[in-house]
Design a protein around this ligand. Structure first.
Ligand SMILES: Cc1cc2nc3c(=O)[nH]c(=O)nc-3n(C[C@H](O)[C@H](O)[C@H](O)COP(=O)(O)OP(=O)(O)OC[C@H]3O[C@@H](n4cnc5c(N)ncnc54)[C@H](O)[C@@H]3O)c2cc1C
Length: 500
């Protein structure tokens, strides 16, 4: 018999995750199908900022900036293990496209719109402190401004949101590509592939959260006219450099000569992330990668501001993602609107709602908006609830998490326990309990205790070493090739225990 749900969500990026979580918490029966790994597309490839987007003020996107700014403190509260405040410095040099007064005005607006309670106010760095900012070129410097935003691990935030949806009863599945959405009189028959076999379920409502693939998802609709909004696909790349001594814990917002903004963000105390670019990307199916031209553009911008020479050979890693932006007819990819939009196609008592656009920062609000849309279409559901409830792993304060790291099992190095609490949050207790019951799981695979790999597979649905190394964690940045090979071998052995 065909299994029935109130709602099927297509896509396990941050937006699909937010919709599934919100809906499950309101009592709807939910299935989410993700074609590859959770957060395998754009939601692991962002700049990882929970931010208002200061430069969107220039495009008069006040609604979006205000909503995003207000989400910062909400997300800090519901995901304290994953969302952290980060101070940004904005060096202003002679002849830059935006003078100090203009940036100051933007930051003033940023403060006003933010409704901030926890985050600090923006301001100026006093002149005597300028030369204490390591490596920042002092010649032509006219001012240094500062403002707060937040930082996150985008892939983990997506995963924890999905695990939270599962905790509330949603059926969450990765590696299940949806191949057909057949309109029926009372909703939709949705077919996805599971280990090569087709499985069909029925739902009154379907949410298309395909991100850059949202228009491709619409091509799978049969039996009704389903209007699709045109998307502008804009690639953005980042490079990772080693953090030179002394360590600078603040980030930088650099104004490049082409008027674009480039961020330099400290990462894990050991690295610097420099990004991003804005390049038209033709095909969502074409895997994005950082081209040499994008890398050189980012290095040039970095050298314009810092006395620290780095070459292409110093780039430790790079990543690229595709922004699924609503096509507003704007020629310049940097200026295409960052607003999101819902498009609804009704079918009898059911409906297919497609999400176009949407940022990591606004995912929770977008979830609420989709719920309001479904309620308007007749879905019977509870009231909004996500503003106050911690996501999976988010039940402990940062102070309590720091203490939890200190109290962990001695056979696990303190550095690993500290990494765990700011990766898994309160769920670290599950890892400790696994080790108490089976001490042999402390065995290191590379630098990763085996318990962590078992947890990734059994609790977090990791299928491959890549799922674990690049999305469940970013531990590959701390490992040598032998360690990475050991994790690969562990997954291969688990998939095929009888193998050579
Ligand atoms: C370079 C860059 C920097 C960014 N920086 C920031 C930032 O700092 N802060 C911020 O807030 N936002 C940022 N963003 C925006 C943000 O990352 C994205 O808007 C957001 O991740 C989109 O999420 P999504 O869930 O809509 O799409 P995705 O994460 O792409 O998820 C869509 C999912 O749908 C799945 N899917 C597609 N077709 C099917 C199918 N047939 N069946 C099942 N599943 C399917 C895909 O596999 C994919 O996993 C940035 C984006 C980019 C590209």
């Amino acid at each position: 018999m065909t299994e029935r749900f109130d709602l099927v969500v297509i896509g396990g990026g941050i937006n699909g995750a937010a919709v599934a979580r919100d809906a499950a918490g309101r009592g709807l029966s939910v299935l989410l199908a993700e074609a590859n790994d959770y957060a395998g597309a754009t939601s692991s490839a962002s700049s990882k900022l929970i931010h208002g987007g200061i430069r969107y003020l220039e495009q008069y996107e006040f609604r979006l900036v205000r909503e995003s700014l207000r989400e910062r403190e909400t997300l800090m509260a519901i995901a304290p293990h994953l969302v952290f405040p980060l101070e940004f410095l904005v060096p202003i040099t002679q002849g830059q496209p935006r003078p100090a007064w203009m940036v100051r005005l933007g930051l003033f607006l940023y403060d006003v719109l933010s409704g901030r309670r926890l985050l600090a106010k923006s301001g100026r760095v006093p002149r005597p402190e300028w030369n204490r900012v390591p490596r920042l070129k002092q010649e032509r410097l006219k001012a240094i401004l500062h403002y707060p935003d937040c930082w996150t691990d985008d892939a983990r935030l997506t995963l924890e949101t999905l695990l939270d949806a599962r905790k509330r009863g949603a059926d969450i599945r990765n590696y299940r590509p949806v191949t057909r959405i057949a309109a029926k009189t009372d909703g939709f028959d949705v077919t996805y592939r599971e280990d090569g076999r087709p499985v069909t379920v029925h739902a009154r409502f379907v949410v298309n959260a395909g991100g850059p693939f949202a228009t491709d998802v619409m091509r799978k609709v049969e039996g009704m006219a389903a209007p699709a909004r045109k998307l502008r696909l804009v690639r953005g790349s980042h490079i990772v450099l080693p953090m030179p001594a002394p360590v600078e814990h603040r980030a930088f917002t650099l104004q490049n000569d082409d008027k674009r903004v480039v961020f330099v963000i400290p990462w894990m105390e050991r690295f610097l992330i420099v990004g991003t670019t804005d390049v038209p990307h033709e095909e969502a199916a074409a895997k994005p990668r950082c081209t040499d031209a994008e890398r050189d553009y980012l290095l040039d911008c970095y050298h314009r501001f810092f006395d620290h020479r780095v070459g292409p050979e110093d780039v430790l890693w790079s990543w690229s993602g595709i922004r699924p932006l609503v096509d507003d007819g704007e020629d310049n990819p940097s200026k295409v609107t960052r607003e999101y939009e819902l498009v609804t196609a009704r079918r009898g008592k059911g409906a297919l709602v497609s999400i176009y656009g949407g940022k990591i920062t606004t995912h929770r609000k977008l979830g609420e908006l989709v719920m309001a849309e479904l309620r308007g279409l007749g879905a019977d559901m509870g009231p909004s609830w996500t503003r106050e409830s911690p996501i999976h792993g988010g039940e402990m304060s940062r102070e309590a998490l720091a203490a939890l790291a200190e109290q962990g099992p001695e056979e696990i190095p303190l550095e690993t326990r500290r990494r765990w609490v700011f990766t898994y949050g309160a769920e670290t207790r599950t890892l400790y309990e696994m080790l108490r019951q089976e001490p042999a799981l402390a065995r290191p695979i590379g630098i990763v205790p085996e318990a962590e790999l078992v947890h990734a597979v059994t609790v977090e649905d990791a299928r491959t070493a890549e799922d674990f190394l690049y999305r469940r964690t970013k531990v590959f940045m701390l490992m040598d090739q032998d360690g990475i090979d050991a994790v690969n071998a562990w997954f291969a052995q688990r998939r095929n225990p009888a193998g050579p």
